[in-house]
Ligand binder design. Structure first.
Ligand code: MF3
Ligand code: CO
Ligand code: CO
Length: 257
């Protein structure tokens, strides 16, 4: 299957991306001290339904939740449950929705009520690393240009990037070619072409990069117990500026932050 989306496919990707962004905002606004992650995930499922889309994660490789909610030392794929969110926790919310057959994939990390300055800096650096990567997502560049921009920025700021999980092409499936690592790998990498849609998603640890999977079979945590943050956007490659599909446009038609 072609990695290049046609004009009509790009329109559907825009629609899916916008919905993913709106649902992510809804979920972030719902999070407050005292709620359980399962309550957050149930709210996410209702919100998707209300907005006319579905979870792209539920059932994917038998994944049993609508979203991934990863708290503190949890990196990604946090499985919602009875854990109660406390003031000072940070939560990575990963939201993938399907609309008209196409997937929008986006993630953010938020503080529950508030958090330490160190945790805030981790979140800021991770979000900035995402935007460093996005800036390289133009036709003619290679995937490595994205990877290098993310890794350099993160490491210059004293944090580490996770190796075991990577960004990816996204379209009719959550995960398509090419892989988009947050670190520079050996060998050559794919060339970016106009019409490709990719998810760029740095996962950044405060301590060591190493991770492990919990006995629930899904939740990925840092091996050293350090905090981790995760930001993600679905981006359309063009010959000009990258188009972030998973952001909520302002009424004027210009793009929000
Ligand atoms: N978090 C992954 C991504 O953004 C997808 C999660 S798949 C699931 O690429 F099955 F774990 F939900
Ligand atoms: Co995601
Ligand atoms: Co993704």
């Amino acid at each position: 299957m072609s990695l290049i989306k046609s004009g009509p496919e790009q329109e559907l990707m825009r629609a899916a991306g916008l919905l993913a962004a709106e649902v992510l905002d809804d979920i972030a606004a719902f999070i407050q001290p005292g709620v359980t992650t399962l309550q957050v995930d149930e709210f996410a499922g209702e919100t998707m339904k209300r907005r006319g889309c579905q979870s792209a994660f539920l059932g994917y490789r038998k994944y049993p939740r609508h979203t991934c909610l990863s708290v503190n030392e949890e990196v990604v794929h946090g499985l919602a449950g009875e854990r109660i969110l406390r003031f000072g926790d940070i939560v990575s919310i990963d939201c993938g929705v399907r609309y008209a057959g196409y997937v929008g994939d986006t993630a953010t990390t938020v503080a529950v009520g508030g958090c330490s300055a160190a945790a805030q800096r981790l979140m800021d650096v991770t979000q900035q690393a995402l935007h460093q990567g996005i800036a390289q997502a133009v036709a003619g560049n290679r995937v490595t240009d994205i990877s290098r921009a993310v890794q350099d920025f993160v490491e210059r700021n004293g944090f580490s990037v996770v190796r075991e999980f990577v960004g990816h092409g996204v379209g009719r499936s959550v995960h398509e070619e090419p892989q988009v690592p947050n670190f520079v790998d050996v060998g050559s990498s794919a060339k970016l072409r106009a019409g490709m849609t990719i998810a760029i998603e740095p996962m950044v640890n405060m301590g060591r990069p190493d991770v492990k999977i919990l006995k629930d079979g899904w939740t990925v945590v840092t091996q050293d117990g350090s905090l981790s943050a995760h930001f993600e956007h679905t981006v359309l490659i063009t010959t000009g500026a990258p188009e972030i599909l998973t952001c909520v446009r302002t009424p004027s038609g210009s793009k929000g932050a």
